[in-house]
Design a protein around this ligand. Structure first.
Ligand code: GDG
Length: 455
């Protein structure tokens, strides 16, 4: 019988699974729980020597296979090429990209190492599903070792337009290696289009509809927008709404309205722009002074990558400046929490709030936007204010208040609109969005991808 083998940079550790901050882990863990299978990835630990025999741990129907990296792998593959070049460039921040050939070589080496582990794990009918930018060349490395299994790749982050992608020196080799997969999945049609443009214009591949032919290899390409389990999120938000931490938050708010944002602390999420937009609201709409609190939860991530230390300092100083200017004895406008919280508590905070502010400068999808809506009470729902540059905008633009995160006054206007929206309009937007989330939930995402891979 064919098994599903998922490969991603990190796997959810069994104990970490529930509270981890990161869309890929949240999405893949939930998707694998239903089908069962094998999940291979980095253990998150560093060891002096390269190891090819993974540590195996079974939890219910999932077998977790993990390997440590060496410090050198970590510096070159993870910190260097993946998070120092691919992440910024794919999010259009070429100013933050720092390419070195040595990092790229390290990136290829770790991908070959994962392919070797797969070669000793895979059985004839297994299907392999590779995730995200750390492992772009894994399909090609597998083919080089003679692995002929059906192999698909899903990119969780945006695929940039060819002119941006071409700033990465080995861009051609990278995209060529994507053509070793049988199926390529992206979050939105825009990403699919950007890939097809590159394949046709820069690789000279034959593109017919959503099928790319390069040499004798045929790759199908499609948009598979990742979803959530809306009913599970709803129950979680209801259960956690009566807990002590939430009661404390509510008591501190008095009767003020609550705007909430939750993001990994990352420069792609538009946090500084968002803080400034909130200040713009206080500046231009004095009726909100003392009447609205903005809570930003931003668990730290990738703190040893240069761009991340910078954004953290910048945010602290922006929050400090705004609070210094506007705070009164009884009111602090921005409550900025640089730590992670229990998932249930987050969903309950969403449920309690009047506005969910999700304004990335670029985002593959953004699961927080979906979780925010699923957490709302149907009789009195909050409003989602959403960036047009989140992948989620493709599905949610008709129910959310759409904003351009580069337009401070536009964002302040969006906040005003959300804060003052009549109940009937909030309900009809919420109902529309819930229908969208249910129609394209996490199981649909997984099933569509896997059945296309099997076809
Ligand atoms: C990548 C792509 C794409 C956040 N803080 C805490 C916490 N979280 C959870 C959220 C959500 C997840 O982490 C974040 O997911 P996003 O989708 O918003 O963003 P990325 O981490 O950048 O994910 C993204 C995603 O992959 C999936 O394909 O949507 O575009 O960049 O679930 O709730 N969870 C807990 N505590 C926190 O403090 N427990």
């Amino acid at each position: 019988m064919s098994r599903l083998i998922v490969v991603s940079n990190r796997v959810a550790s069994i104990t970490e699974g529930k509270s981890s901050a990161g869309g890929l882990v949240v999405g893949v863990l939930d998707a694998l729980r239903e089908t069962g299978g094998i999940w291979l990835g980095w253990s998150g630990t560093l060891e002096p020597k390269l190891k090819l025999n993974p540590f195996s741990e079974r939890h219910e129907n999932i077998e977790f296979l993990t390997v440590p990296l060496t410090k050198r792998d970590y510096d070159r593959y993870y910190r260097g090429f993946s998070n120092g070049v691919l992440w910024p460039t794919f999010h259009y921040r070429i100013d933050l990209s720092l390419y070195t050939r040595i990092d790229y070589m390290g990136y290829l080496e770790v991908n070959r190492k994962f392919a070797q582990i797969l070669a000793s794990t895979v059985e004839e009918d297994d299907h392999i599903w590779v995730h995200d930018y750390h492992l772009i060349p894994l399909g090609k490395a597998c083919r080089d070792l003679g692995i002929q299994n059906k192999t698909g790749f899903f990119l969780h982050i945006p695929f940039p337009s060819p002119s941006v992608l071409r700033t990465i020196p080995p861009h051609r080799e990278l995209v060529e290696s994507m053509c070793a997969y049988d199926l390529l999945g992206f979050q939105t049609d825009n990403d699919v289009q950007a890939f097809l443009d590159y394949a046709a214009r820069c690789l000279g591949a034959t593109v017919t509809g959503n099928v790319v032919q390069l040499g004798d290899r045929i790759t199908r390409v499609g948009a598979y927008p990742i979803g959530i389990h809306p009913e599970q999120v709803k129950s979680l938000s209801k259960e956690s709404v009566h807990t002590k931490p939430l009661a404390t938050l509510k008591a501190g708010l008095l009767d003020r309205k609550l705007i909430v944002s939750v993001d990994r602390l990352d420069y792609s999420k538009g946090l500084v722009e968002r803080f400034n937009a909130f200040e713009q609201l206080l500046e231009t709409s004095p009726q909100y002074r003392g009447k609205v609190t903005f809570v930003q939860i931003a668990p730290p991530s990738r703190q040893d990558v240069q761009g991340y230390r910078q954004i953290r300092r910048q945010l602290e100083s922006t929050a400090g400046r705004i609070n210094g200017k506007w705070t009164e004895l009884s009111w602090t406008p921005i409550r900025y929490m640089n730590r992670s919280y229990d998932r249930g508590l987050l969903m309950a905070i969403f449920r309690t709030s009047q506005v969910g502010l999700v304004t990335p400068l670029r985002d593959g999808m953004n699961l927080v936007a979906k979780e925010y809506i699923a957490s709302q009470p149907a009789h009195d729902p909050g409003v989602l204010v959403l960036s047009e540059f989140a992948g989620a905008a493709a599905e949610m633009r008709n129910g959310a208040v759409m904003v351009n995160p580069y337009d401070l006054q536009g964002m302040a206007d969006g906040l005003h609109r959300a804060l003052s929206m009549p109940l009937e309009e909030r309900k009809s937007r919420y109902e529309h969005l819930m229908a969208v989330l249910k129609q394209n939930d996490l199981s649909t995402w997984r099933d569509r991808f896997l059945s296309d891979l099997a076809a």
